[in-house]
Design a protein around this ligand. Structure first.
Ligand code: NAD
Length: 360
C-alpha cells in the first residue's frame, strides 16, 4: 500500500513544491484561538499543509496579533479578540477555529464558535468533564458544524501500523496494555498547575494520552477502573491538582490495562500492548516524534511525519469532504475520554472499583 502521508516526510523537498490547491473549496481556512506555545507549533506546521491554511487569529494580546499578521500575512479583517470573536459569524473567509487555550476555557469558546456557525477544532482535553463535553457536542450538532479534537496520535503512521496488526490478528487476542505518560513540570505558577484553568493536574494534561491510547491500542472502551493517587509535593501540586495517578482498566473482552500519569518523572512516554501471539511497543509513544516502536516481528519503520501538518491536512478532508479517519477524533471521542477521566478521579476518591459507561 502506498504511504498516504508521503508528502509530509520531514526534509522532503516534495512538500515545498506543492502549492495550495487552486480550488479553494479544498483548502480549510483556519483561525487559531490562543497564540501560545502549542498554537505557535500548529501555525508553523500548517505552513506545510496543502489542505489547511492559517488565515485568522483570535488573541487577547494585540502585539502577538501584529507579529502573527506580519509572519503569516493575516489580514486585519481576520483578527479578533476574546470579546468580539462572535462576529466571526459574519466572516465568509474563515471556515474553522482551532481552540488552543487553557483547558477550562475550551467549553465556552467552542460553544461560541459553533454558535457563530464555524467548525470547531479543539485541543485536548476537550473540556473538563463529561457534562461539558456533552454540551459541546450538542452545540456543534445544533449548529451543524464539526467538532474535532487535536488527537494527533490517532493519525500517526507507526501507531496506525500497530492498530493494523491488531486488527489483522497478528498480535492474537489482546490481553494487556501498559501506558506510561509523564514529564517533570517546571514553573509552579503556570496555568497547568492552577485547578481553575487546568481542571486538574497531570491527568488532564498528559495522563489523557494513556487514557486515549489504551482505547486505540486495545481497540475497546474500558468498563471499569481502579485508581490510586500519590503526592510527594503538596506545595507545588495543590488540592485538586494531581501529581501522580496510577490507574487500571478492565475491558469487555477481559483485557486489562495498567497506566500511570505524572507531572514528576522525566521522559515517561511508553505504550506496551500484549496479545496471545505477540507484542507491540512504542517509546516514545506520544511525543512530537520521531515515534519509535517495535513488535515481536521487528522494529516499526514508518517514517517520521510532522504530526500537526498531517493532522491539519486530514482534518481538512474530514470537515470539507466528510472523510472518516481510521481512528475517529471527534467530539464524541473527546467526551468518552472525559467520562473515563471522571471515573478515574471518582475511583481515586472512593478507593473502589468504579464502573465506566461511555455509551453515547
Ligand atoms: P500556553 O500557555 O503556551 O498557551 C495558552 C495561550 O492561551 C496563551 O497564548 C495565553 O495567552 C492564552 N490565554 C487566553 N486566555 C487565557 C487565560 N485566561 N489564562 C491563561 N492563558 C490564556 O499553553 P499551550 O501549551 O499552548 O496549551 C494550550 C492548549 O493546548 C491546552 O489545552 C493543552 O492541553 C493543549 N496542548 C496540546 C498539545 C498536543 O500535542 N496536542 C501540546 C501542548 C498543548
Amino acid at each position: 500500500m502506498a504511504f498516504p502521508f508521503a508528502h509530509h516526510l520531514q526534509g522532503s523537498s516534495l512538500s515545498k513544491n506543492i502549492t495550495v490547491g487552486a480550488n479553494r473549496e479544498e483548502v480549510l481556512r483556519v483561525a487559531i484561538m490562543g497564540l501560545g506555545s502549542y498554537g505557535t507549533r500548529v501555525a508553523e506546521a500548517m505552513q506545510d499543509s496543502t489542505r489547511s491554511k492559517l488565515v485568522g487569529v483570535i488573541s487577547g494580546t494585540p502585539s502577538k496579533i501584529k507579529d502573527w499578521q506580519g509572519k503569516y500575512g493575516i489580514p486585519e479583517k481576520n483578527c479578533y479578540n476574546y470579546e468580539n470573536f462572535d462576529q466571526i459569524k459574519d466572516n465568509p473567509d474563515i471556515d474553522a477555529v482551532y481552540i488552543i487555550t487553557p483547558n477550562s476555557l475550551h467549553k465556552d469558546q467552542a460553544i461560541r464558535v459553533a454558535n457563530a456557525g464555524k467548525h470547531v477544532i479543539c485541543e485536548k482535553p476537550m473540556a473538563l468533564n463529561e457534562k461539558e463535553g456533552r454540551e459541546m457536542v450538542q452545540a456543534c450538532k445544533k449548529n451543524n458544524v464539526k467538532l474535532l479534537v487535536g488527537y494527533r496520535m490517532r493519525l500517526e503512521p507507526n501507531t496506525l501500523e500497530i492498530v493494523r496488526m491488531r486488527e489483522e490478528d497478528e498480535l492474537g487476542k489482546i490481553m494487556f496494555f501498559q501506558g506510561l505518560s509523564g514529564f517533570r513540570i517546571g514553573d509552579p505558577n503556570q496555568w497547568r498547575l492552577d485547578k481553575d484553568l487546568a481542571g486538574g493536574g497531570a491527568m488532564m494534561d498528559i495522563g489523557i494520552y494513556s487514557v486515549n491510547g489504551a482505547r486505540y491500542m486495545v481497540g475497546e472502551d474500558p468498563i471499569w477502573v481502579t485508581a490510586q493517587e500519590t503526592k510527594t509535593d503538596p506545595e507545588k501540586f495543590k488540592e485538586g491538582v494531581d501529581e501522580t495517578i496510577q490507574f487500571q482498566f478492565g475491558f469487555p473482552s477481559g483485557a486489562v490495562a495498567s497506566c500511570l500519569s505524572t507531572y514528576n518523572m522525566s521522559h515517561l512516554d511508553r505504550f506496551f500492548l500484549n496479545g496471545q501471539k505477540g507484542f507491540a511497543e512504542l517509546q516514545p509513544a506520544t511525543g512530537y516524534g520521531p515515534i519509535k516502536g517495535r513488535t515481536h516481528k521487528g522494529p516499526l519503520e514508518k517514517p517520521h511525519v510532522t504530526h500537526q501538518t498531517v493532522q491539519m491536512d486530514e482534518m481538512s478532508d474530514m470537515i470539507l469532504k466528510g472523510k472518516e479517519p481510521k481512528l475517529p477524533l471527534d467530539g464524541v471521542e473527546g467526551t468518552k475520554d472525559l467520562i473515563i477521566i471522571d471515573a478515574i478521579y471518582k475511583a481515586v476518591a472512593s478507593g473502589r472499583k468504579e464502573k465506566i459507561d461511555v455509551t453515547f
